[in-house]
Structures are given as structure tokens and as C-alpha cells.
Design a protein. Sequence first.
Length: 263
Amino acid sequence: MIRPIFTNTASIRTRARWVLNGGRGPVDLQVRVGLIIHPTFGPVLIDAGYGPQVTQAPGRSWALRAYDRVLGPKLQALQSPLALLAAHGFDPEDVNLIFVTHLHADHVAYLPAFPNARFVTDDQVTDALRHGVFKELLPKDFVERQIDLRSYRLAALPFGLGQGYDLLGDGSVIGVPLPGHAPGHFGLCFTGKTPLLYAVDTQWVLAAIHEDRCPGLPASLIADDGQAAARSVALVCAFAQAGGDVMLCHDPAPTQWDWAPDV
């Protein structure tokens, strides 16, 4: 099994009841970015996380400044994707492939730092560029550097997930469409004895999936398609009940795949 390594680029404090039905008190959500070290493709990133491009870059649009004020992310500079790469012996120029699970700001801020990378996206995100996305965070040649998720060959997925897309050509990492949260939202299945599904933003915290405690308003307003989002949650829940491991981008609990710098 290819073992992903995740870092936490920022924390966001919010009320637990906004991300978990019946939740109490505050919760500090994480904002993960992943790294795969592949024998053929080298370092491959999963998203690009939060960065100073969102919180302090000069010339930010009023909309991005408002977004930053509302969410108030606290950046973890020592856990940026650049720090994660450096800790494993790589430079930004070494990255030739990034899986961009969707285009929300907390998943794309560092994309311009990787001049040689191509971006695997579901083709639906091209339409999303016209609304609901901060284009100022994307490389100017983003569209020219895209690779459509659906251009990869189909591959069978374990535990009832159906079919996905073989992103590295060896069956080790399969792209899994998980619609509903955002246009083109997809996860990644790492195959092996106990497969891992990185379900990204299917929900914010795992308890919402495992305990059937998905939040209502106002969290549900964020969904691009509420009915599709509910179907994706059910798919991920069934995968977990069948014995698969599930990981989310924002769940606050540490996991065996999380990395932290030595300080």
C-alpha cells in the first residue's frame, strides 16, 4: 500500500454544533494537505491547503478578505506543503502532479508555488471557475495545466465504492467521485489489505459519518448539491462499515497518517 503523509496547514476554530449534529463547545478543525512518494511519479501532492495567500497577501479582493475574517484560519507555517516536502527531501520544483480534490480556498492556496505541476481535477471544476471560486488563488495557467480525472482508466474499488480512476497507473491510488460538497469534489482510495479512503470534505468530522450526525443549517448551505452530498456520505459510511479506514481533511483527531515537524 502506498502510504500517504498528511500535514495540517491551518486550524479553524468553530462551534462543534455547526459541524456535528448535537455537538457542544468549540472545535479546532484541521486543514490537511497530503504527500505521496511514488517510485515513478516522485512526490505527488493532495491539495495545497491554506497559506498566506489567503490571510495576508497584498492586493487581495474584498471577497477574499471577508472570507478570511469570517473563518479566521490560524496558519501553521511549519506544516505548510513546502515544509512537508522539505522534510522529505524535495523542493517545490520536484512536484509534477497534484490531485486537486476541489477548488475551495483551503485546498488551493499554495498551488502557484509549484511551477512544474499539473493538476488532476474533475472536469466540472472548469465551470466552477466562473462562480464561487477565488480565481486569484490559482495559477494564471491553471486551466492549461489541468488533467481531467475522468481521462484515467477505470478501476474497481473495494467495499462497495464501485469504480474509480487509476491515477498512478498501478492501482495504488484510485480517484473516487464524491459529489455534493463542491463541483468536481473527489476523494482518494489507497488500496491494500485495509484500504484507506481519504474522503476529503464529504463531512468535516468523522463522527458525523460514523454516528449519523451530519449537521443541518448553516453547514448544509455550503453544499453544492445536498442530495448528492447525502449519497456520498452514505457511500463513505458503507465503506467504513465494511472494514475500510476513512480519513477527512478537517477532522480534528490525529491519525496514523499525520506528520508533524520536529521542533
